[in-house]
Design a protein around this ligand. Structure first.
Ligand code: NAD
Ligand code: GLY
Length: 366
């Protein structure tokens, strides 16, 4: 394992919508990092009040030679602001600055900023180019890649959105140095996810390197980000709009989204809810015959070592079922889960409410 001096590049293979993911250290200090960005008169950096003071000027400087005007918008920070009024602030800024349909949007921040900026880019003047500059581990290994954009609705998470691909994803690993430990753990959840659903050799590697990852050892983080992006690229390249295979990337998310919504957005981090949700989804997989108890124990131990909760909150089984029926995978009111059919492989299927109640009874706090 080594950290290469020049950035690594993973390509998302989507025909004319293909784009590179650049992964490396100090990429934000390199104007050359942005060579794939289309030419335009203006750029709008969309970030938030936490990330702007850390990396806003660095990005503005890197873009200075490329655009006549580089505007910056600071959104309020947090999942609770992933909503219509905050989205509207992006449209307000674009219109106030007289931005045309070539204006390039840059999403500088975590998944919240990335999802909202992407949705704004998809709809401003029916679509303008955008670039993802993810600064959380979760965003670098998952949310910035693959073109899912959305805001939340009070009745359900990520319910309003669009598929819209960025032109470039720039993962500057140096930005992870300032990430709070809880946010680092949240990102580890999405990295761990790729093992049971796709690549058990990667799962073995994560187990061997979990301490190095928690300690932010650069070579370990670089490999984990690259392998995660490779797996996501392979899945999205086959099923961009989630007509089938892509749904496996939602392993743990059906339970996880219910935890997030049921607790109130922002109380549990998305990655924490997904981490815990994977324990429940693994237990459901066991009851459906896909994996054994040893596998569930192994996954649960790794999630705990990553600093994530493994006991689900006691929302009550009926509340869980009600929340999970709003999930985007539901069909005609029937909840569908991503379950492991054998280690390294996942499928989407329904499960009887009675079975789900058993899983909840076993995995939720008393
Ligand atoms: P986030 O965007 O809320 O960021 C977490 C926190 O870290 C925020 O307070 C943020 O300001 C701060 N932060 C960001 N970068 C920092 C840095 N380098 N140093 C210090 N602080 C920093 O949360 P997240 O975990 O990045 O993303 C979660 C969101 O992503 C959820 O809304 C989820 O639904 C979405 N998501 C989307 C996809 C997708 O495919 N589009 C996939 C997974 C998750
Ligand atoms: N995070 C799930 C997906 O991109 O499909």
């Amino acid at each position: 394992m080594r950290v290469s001096a020049s950035p690594e590049c993973v390509e998302i293979p989507l025909g004319e919508r293909s784009y590179p993911i650049l992964i490396g250290s100090e990429l934000l200090r390199e104007p050359g990092s942005f060579d794939a960005v289309p030419a335009a008169a203006a750029a709008l950096i969309v970030t938030n009040t936490t990330v702007a003071p850390l990396y806003g000027e660095r990005l503005r400087t890197a873009l200075g030679g490329r655009f006549r005007a580089v505007h910056m918008l600071e959104l309020p920070d947090g999942e609770t602001h992933k909503d219509w009024p905050t989205l509207n602030l992006i449209f307000d800024a674009l219109l106030r600055h007289g931005c045309d349909r070539k204006t390039v949007l840059f999403a500088l921040g975590g998944g919240v900023v990335g999802d909202m900026t992407g949705f704004a880019a998809a709809s401003y003047m029916r679509g303008v180019p955008f670039v993802q500059v993810p600064t959380t581990l979760l965003a670098q290994v998952d949310s910035s890649v693959g073109g899912k954009t959305a805001i939340n609705h009070p009745l359900g998470k990520n319910m309003i959105g669009a598929f819209y691909q960025p032109r470039l994803v720039l993962c500057d690993l140096s930005t992870l140095a300032t990430l709070p430990p809880r946010e680092l753990s949240a990102g580890l959840a999405e990295i761990i996810k790729y093992g049971p659903i796709y690549d058990m050799r990667f799962f073995d590697w994560i187990e061997e390197n979990i301490e190095a990852l928690v300690a932010r050892e650069p070579a370990a983080l670089a490999y984990a980000v690259r392998r995660s992006c490779e797996i996501k690229a392979a899945v999205v390249g086959q099923d961009e709009r989630e007509t089938g295979l892509r749904a496996i990337l939602n392993f743990g998310h059906t339970f996880g989204h219910a935890i997030e919504a049921g607790m109130g957005y922002g109380r549990w981090l998305h990655g924490e809810a997904v981490g815990c949700g994977m324990v429940l989804a693994a237990e459901l997989s066991r009851r459906l015959g896909g994996v054994d108890a040893a596998f569930v124990g192994r996954l649960s131990a790794l999630i705990e070592q990553a600093g994530l909760p493994v006991v689900a909150p006691a929302l009550g089984a009926e509340r869980y079922l009600e929340l999970m029926r709003v999930d985007k995978k539901s069909e005609a009111g029937e909840i569908r889960f991503v379950v492991i059919d054998k280690p390294g492989s996942a499928v989407v299927r329904s499960a009887a409410d009675a079975l789900v109640r058993e899983v909840l009874a076993q995995c939720c706090a008393a």
